[in-house]
Design a protein around this ligand. Structure first.
Ligand SMILES: O=P(O)(O)OC[C@H]1O[C@H](OP(=O)(O)OP(=O)(O)O)[C@H](O)[C@@H]1O
Ligand SMILES: Nc1ncnc2[nH]cnc12
Length: 182
């Protein structure tokens, strides 16, 4: 594989994001990350840039927490690179055993995020990861879930940030790192 600069990696990732107008409902411009997954160089570039950011900014990280469903595509790759574990935050009703959940609203609907009670430990230093930040509802609800579990959220990582929707403001004091902004 070619050795790429940071700028080249960001350009490659941006080229592999595909827009679909009016999906899943009228008025939504859906940003599809599937072409990134089909291109090993682009997927490696995403993992490289997240790894570099986390190593520089949060060297004490102990766990990567991925958001259902597309956070599961990037999170385990990053966790392996960092040599830490990966935990899942799922949409409600998918996890066995004792769980904790928080409801939230989306750019196009409503949902509830849930984690197993032993998914994160009190005091554990975590980073949250997802494919995209829109209104910030999903990451905000997940931050609330982490607070309830007494985990320490160091920051949030997303491939794409939709700036107009001001999701980073909704998440508040928890810093957000994005690779591609629209
Ligand atoms: O910032 P927000 O307004 O909360 O929106 C972002 C969330 O929306 C999308 O997931 P979606 O809820 O569509 O679920 P999916 O990953 O299961 O398709 C996306 O993958 C994020 O998780
Ligand atoms: N515009 C969008 N594209 C892809 N995923 C999304 N999740 C919320 N808004 C989205």
């Amino acid at each position: 594989m070619a050795v790429r600069t940071k700028k080249e990696k960001l350009e490659l990732i941006a080229q592999r994001i595909r827009p679909f107008q009016d999906f899943p409902s009228k008025g939504i411009l859906f940003r599809d990350i599937c072409p990134i997954l089909k291109d090993p160089e682009a997927l490696t570039a995403v993992t490289d840039l997240f790894e570099e950011h986390v190593r520089q900014t949060y060297p004490a990280v102990e766990l990567v927490v991925g958001l259902d469903a597309r956070g599961f595509l990037f999170g385990p790759l990053l966790a392996q690179r960092l040599g830490v574990g990966f935990a899942l935050v799922r949409k409600k009703g998918k996890l066995p055993g004792p769980t904790s959940s928080v409801a939230y609203s989306l750019e196009y609907g409503k949902a509830e995020v849930e984690i197993q009670e032993d998914g994160v430990l009190p005091g554990q230093k975590v980073v949250l990861i997802d494919d995209l930040l829109a209104t910030g509802g999903t990451l905000y609800a997940t931050c609330e879930l982490m607070k309830r579990q007494k985990a320490d959220v160091l920051g949030c990582l997303v491939v794409i940030e939709l700036l107009d929707l001001k999701g980073a403001e909704r998440i508040g004091s928890t810093p957000t790192f994005s690779l591609v902004q629209y």
